[in-house]
Design a protein around this ligand. Structure first.
Ligand SMILES: CC(C)(COP(=O)(O)OP(=O)(O)OC[C@H]1O[C@@H](n2cnc3c(N)ncnc32)[C@H](O)[C@@H]1OP(=O)(O)O)[C@@H](O)C(=O)NCCC(=O)NCCS
Length: 182
């Protein structure tokens, strides 16, 4: 797979089969992250009401349920197959300002180790929506070496480690300052 051919698209029912095949590859711990709707996302929704699922992302650009923020979801395509998803949050709440940051991503297991996450993040950082935010907070678990590399390769500068209540692992915080921002 050539990551130069990677293309970010907005969610669409057109990619249903590929999205579900990728979901099935995810481990049980990763499945909810792949769906990316928090408690509103579930297997019944993606298998039986895919159009509704897709519509929820468009709604979330304008309105977020409580405890969530507005944002945009992108799917990454290579050879017309979905290989990853990446979400940009337009604003941060208390939780995200400490632990979650502006961007979250996951790569389909069979597509890992090919530069997909690095390329997805680079492409999102180049969008007008990210440019408007200017200074982006990114976080990863202290033992997530691959994610840390993705962040650092996209200009992430380490700031600190924080310890979410009830979690064994610390979260590393990084800042990416986009060109033209102080
Ligand atoms: C973390 C994740 C997004 C990385 O995606 P990816 O497409 O495989 O990443 P890339 O191919 O762009 O690799 C980025 C770097 O990590 C390194 N890397 C990849 N997998 C690795 C692993 N298992 N262990 C150590 N380093 C690894 C790569 O070598 C590369 O570094 P390099 O350029 O110095 O060689 C992917 O493993 C994933 O989806 N994990 C589960 C969800 C997750 O952790 N999301 C991030 C939450 S913060």
């Amino acid at each position: 797979m050539l990551t130069t051919d990677l293309k970010l698209v907005l969610p669409s029912a057109h990619y249903r089969e590929s999205f579900l095949a990728a979901y099935e590859e995810c481990s049980s711990l990763e499945k909810n992250d792949w769906i990316y709707l928090g408690p509103d996302g579930n297997e019944e929704l993606i298998y039986n009401r895919f159009d509704e699922y897709v519509a929820m992302f468009y709604e979330r650009e304008h309105t977020a349920p409580s405890h969530f923020v507005r944002g945009r979801a992108y799917w990454a395509l290579a050879d017309n197959e979905i290989v990853g998803r990446i979400g940009l949050r337009f604003e941060l709440n208390d939780f995200l300002s400490n632990y979650g940051g502006h961007i979250g991503y996951i790569v389909r297991p069979s597509a890992r180790g090919n530069g997909v996450a690095t390329a997805m993040l680079a492409q999102v950082l180049a969008t007008p929506e990210a440019q408007r935010i200017g200074r982006m907070l990114l976080t990863c678990d202290e033992d997530n070496i691959a994610s840390e590399r993705v962040i650092r390769k996209n200009g992430g500068v380490y700031e600190s480690m924080v310890y979410p209540v009830g979690r064994r692992l610390g979260k590393k915080r990084f800042w990416i300052t986009l060109a033209g921002n102080p």
